[in-house]
Write a protein that binds this ligand. Structure first.
Ligand code: M6R
Length: 604
């Protein structure tokens, strides 16, 4: 869950490494560091506890000598977030940065200690630096020593490695966590994610797990840990369409705010080329059995909420579907019907639990599908077919536009599977939804939300409740709220409040109620009346909520435009995201990098 970056080329490396680390900061922000060649030809390391801004101050006007250089941002697993534990780690001529976990660290550490090695940090990474150094001192061959050291290692790693004696060379290795190569003119980049180098090149190659690369300026050779350097080959890059602007905040204060307002574009790009009547989601055509007898969705966090919405759409089309939290599913007996498709949903495409759940299904012979936002992600490679959402890079740790694009894709998927691929009112609604959302977002008046923000900010407790499609929206609203405001919040099915959660209700408690599901509105209103009767304050979000009902079943409302459920869910989701965003900003929280979280969770 850390972020790594490496460069080899003619530019002074430090400015580009620091700006790349800033773009990777969503992956972790406990500490950061860089290793680079100085003008005397030796490696210098600079590290700092805390955010990249602190490292940036340390680096100051230093540019580093052109050649190879590496950088890291850390999400602590082994050892506290101190300078000593910050990467890069060094041993003699070797300096390296690591994302992942070394499982046999203890055994390796004991062995190295018994051979006289002194450790400077508590990290598992440091053992790698010592192991590679030992092999290098034996062989004098940089690439060979990395391969020889890594065959002794168990665990997961993406690594970028420098050697004092080879100032232009960068070695990159992937065993598990993502590692992307960016290929420019006479220069190359490696990084945990594309936005780190998107300003320099859109030619990318995703390392496969088990691959190692030797990078010298624009020359790259890739092989595996068990093949000799002489057999390594040049990789074939693919061009990605992401716009570098996506990786910038532009005029927005935070990435999260920008990404909320990019949601309509995310919908448009995700649906484009897939929504022609008679030819929906053409990627599905080669798959058998078509349609499958049932679907099982596996996902985590926000992607799990998108899956819950997906289940509603599937069921409304008569397609049996279940939704599982990936970390639970992977350790339960697999009792789903034969012929089912198992569908992993993951923005990053790197979430360890989702990948693990899909691997289990694949081993048991099920057809696996991925829905991911990141081209070249592990999910794309490891599923039988991967449908890409085209939300563009999502930098804010709290997922926003990616959720919208997942939901849109699932709507389309339900139409394609049910054979309703000609004009239906759902298809018409979905086709219009990007434009409707764009109009809605453009009309958001920040002042309108001031009072709502004050109310939520000072509420003793905020609960989110809804029925039908409003239930996953409530869960998502609560997740967004707690992860960036740090205030307790939970989401409930509206009908479930009376079975326990209502005990929490008293004056000072606010219930946020997305109310897109018109068919269940009267039921939800009854539930909300019960809340108000006990002193709770109700904020309703929906269309056609009559002013005359204020003070009867709700206290305040945010109006959505009149329209079908298939448009309303997007608007309501945007409101929930925006409200949490505004409360977090009012509280002075770090919205884009909330405490203790990382954007892609590549550990169990
Ligand atoms: O990359 P993924 O979609 O697999 O990530 C899953 C969750 O970690 C993610 O949605 C998380 O819950 C976000 N912080 C939610 O905003």
């Amino acid at each position: 869950m850390c972020g790594i970056m490496g460069y080899s080329g003619p530019r002074p490396p430090l400015p580009l490494l620091v700006s790349g680390l800033e773009r990777l900061e969503y992956r972790g922000y406990d500490s950061s560091g860089v290793a680079f060649f100085n003008d005397r030809g030796s490696i210098d390391v600079l590290r700092a506890a805390g955010k990249v801004s602190i490292l940036k101050e340390r680096v100051g006007l230093l540019e580093g000598h052109p050649g190879a250089a590496i950088g890291h941002i850390r999400w602590a697993t082994h050892g506290a977030p101190t300078v000593e534990n910050a990467h890069p780690h060094r041993s003699g001529p070797i300096a390296l940065v690591h994302n992942g976990i070394i499982e046999n660290e203890q055994a390796l550490r004991e062995r190295l200690k018994s051979e006289g090695v002194h450790f400077q940090s508590e990290t598992d990474t440091e053992v790698l630096a010592h192991l590679i150094r030992r092999e290098y001192e034996r062989t004098g061959e940089f690439a060979d020593s990395v391969s020889k050291a890594l065959v002794q290692v168990e665990g997961s790693y993406a690594l970028a490695i420098l050697c004092q004696d080879a100032p232009a060379d960068l070695i990159a290795v992937r065993q598990g966590p993502p590692l992307i190569l960016g290929m420019g003119e006479g220069e190359s980049f490696v990084a945990s994610d594309i936005p780190a180098f998107l300003h320099f090149t859109r030619q990318v190659y995703s390392f496969q797990s088990g691959e190692i690369g030797l990078i010298r300026h624009g020359e790259v050779r890739i092989g595996t840990l068990s093949t000799p350097l002489s057999s390594w080959k040049s990789p074939v890059a693919r061009t990605i369409s992401w716009d570098p602007f996506f990786a910038e905040k532009g005029s927005y204060r935070h990435f999260m705010e920008k990404e909320i307002f990019e949601s309509s574009r995310a919908l448009m790009d995700t649906l484009a080329d897939r929504i022609a009547p008679g030819n929906l989601l053409p990627e599905l055509l080669p798959l058998a059995p078509f349609p499958p007898p049932s679907l099982t969705f596996v996902a985590c966090g926000t992607s799990w909420h998108a899956a819950l919405l997906g289940r509603s759409f599937m069921e409304s089309m008569g397609i049996p579907s279940t939704v599982e939290i990936a970390s639970e599913f992977r350790y339960r007996p697999l009792l789903i019907p034969k012929g089912s498709w198992v569908i992993g949903i993951s923005q990053s495409g790197e979430t360890a639990d989702t990948l693990g759940a899909l691997e289990l299904a694949r081993k048991e012979g099920f057809r696996t599908l991925g829905i991911s936002n990141v081209p070249g992600s592990s999910l794309e490679r490891e599923s039988d077919l991967c449908l890409l959402t085209h939300a563009g890079p999502e930098v804010g740790v709290a997922s926003t536009k990616a959720f919208h694009s997942q939901v849109a894709l699932l709507m389309l998927f339900s139409l394609a599977l049910s054979g309703r691929n000609h004009e239906t009112h759902e298809l018409a609604a979905l086709t219009r939804s990007p434009h409707r959302l764009e109009t809605f977002l453009e009309a958001i008046s920040p002042e309108r939300y001031d009072q709502v923000v004050e109310r939520l900010r000072h509420s003793r407790l905020v609960m989110f409740a809804g029925r039908g499609v409003d239930y996953p929206l409530a869960l998502e609203g609560a997740l967004k709220f707690k992860e960036i405001t740090y205030h307790p919040a939970d989401g409930y099915p509206g009908g479930e409040l009376k079975h326990g959660p209502i005990a929490l209700v008293e004056p000072g408690v606010t219930i946020v109620a997305p109310m897109v599901e018109i068919g269940l509105r009267q039921k939800e209103i009854s539930n909300l009346r019960e809340i108000r009767a006990r002193g709770g304050y109700v904020l309703a979000i929906g269309h056609s909520i009559e002013e005359s009902q204020r003070g009867i079943w709700y206290d305040d409302k945010i109006d959505l435009p009149d329209g079908p459920v298939w448009s309303g869910v997007f608007q309501a989701a945007s409101v929930l995201q925006y409200v949490s965003y505004r409360v977090a900003v009012a509280l002075g929280n770090d919205v884009d990098q909330p405490r203790n979280l990382a954007k892609s969770v590549t550990v169990e």
